[in-house]
Ligand binder design. Structure first.
Ligand SMILES: NC(=O)c1ccc[n+]([C@@H]2O[C@H](COP(=O)([O-])OP(=O)(O)OC[C@H]3O[C@@H](n4cnc5c(N)ncnc54)[C@H](OP(=O)(O)O)[C@@H]3O)[C@@H](O)[C@H]2O)c1
Length: 266
């Protein structure tokens, strides 16, 4: 695994395992399988209603807690200082852990800075190791950064070949903030696996279109958290650190950028 260094010196794996829609007893087995395959970075959220199975899987895996990087997020039911403070405690309980590696304000909320105040407090108390935001575009991020005192370690946003948000990544980097992308495979909104240019580039490296997409993002300094319920795909999605895309290949992929969200966000 390769790592990004966050603005507080912490190391975050470049690739993690997304858990949207991974739920219940079967979901717990899926997370255990991801550990078995080698994932050590798990992306969960209060909204996903699965922190408890993440916690169970961590306990059952026997992996040392310090070898894992667990992200969670607080959404609108926690949109005040007091509610966010309580939400952090709930997440700690459900994850069955003394600390959370990274906690994010899930979306732009009017009370985002109040939620962040509770996160800053938990950060100072050692209950969370890094704090950040999610789904802030450049304008909102700059406004947030002007007032938040502790610059977010991460902004987790939509990022895939049709909307990589490379401009946002440069803005975030100028603040020392790491960009992490969700929906690397567009959540199925587009069939990236059939995209001719990705297939062609993949074939020349002995890699799949999915691997080319993940490699492209990581090579551009963007973290990825692909989700799959299937072991073979989990393995495939992790296997992106043994090849490098050429400048020419990156330029071809850049042409897929349509400059707008596929989800109607931002
Ligand atoms: N911060 C936010 O607001 C936000 C929003 C959305 C998502 N997220 C996070 O980002 C993570 C990733 O996004 P996502 O899960 O929504 O979408 P995604 O990773 O773009 O796509 C997941 C889909 O791709 C399929 N897939 C995975 N690997 C594949 C492969 N190698 N070949 C073919 N198909 C493959 C999966 O099917 P199978 O499971 O059947 O393999 C699943 O249907 C989420 O799980 C969540 O943790 C964050």
């Amino acid at each position: 695994m390769e790592y990004f260094k966050l603005n507080n010196g912490m190391k975050m794996p470049m690739l993690g395992f997304g858990t949207w829609d991974v739920r219940g007893k079967d979901g717990e087995e899926v997370i255990l399988t991801s550990f078995d395959v080698g994932y050590r970075h798990i992306d969960t959220a209060r909204m996903y209603a699965n922190e408890e199975i993440v916690g169970n899987a961590i306990r059952r895996s026997g992996i040392n807690r310090e070898d894992l990087f667990i992200t969670t997020k607080l959404h609108s039911p926690y949109a005040s200082y007091k509610k966010a403070k309580a939400g952090i405690e709930e997440s700690l309980n459900k994850l069955q852990s003394d600390y959370i590696d990274l906690i994010l304000v899930h979306e732009p909320y009017a009370q985002g800075l109040d939620m962040y105040a509770a996160m800053k407090e938990a950060y100072k108390d050692g209950k969370v190791k890094a704090i950040g935001v999610s789904n802030l575009d450049a304008g909102r991020f700059k406004e947030f950064a002007r007032q938040c005192e502790i610059i977010p370690a991460v902004d987790q946003v939509e990022s895939h070949v049709y909307f990589p948000q490379l401009g946002l990544k440069n803005t975030l980097n100028s603040y020392g903030t790491q960009m992490q992308g969700w929906a690397s495979f567009t959540e199925g909104k587009r069939d990236i696996f059939a995209e001719p240019v990705l297939k062609e580039i993949g074939a020349s490296h002995g890699k799949s279109s999915g691997q080319v997409v993940l490699r492209y993002l990581v090579q551009n300094g963007i973290g990825v958290i692909p989700k799959s319920m299937r072991k073979e795909r989990m393995k495939e999605n992790m296997d992106i650190f043994d090849f490098v895309l050429t400048e020419e290949e990156c330029k071809k992929i850049e042409k897929l950028d349509e400059g707008r969200s596929l989800f109607g966000w931002y």
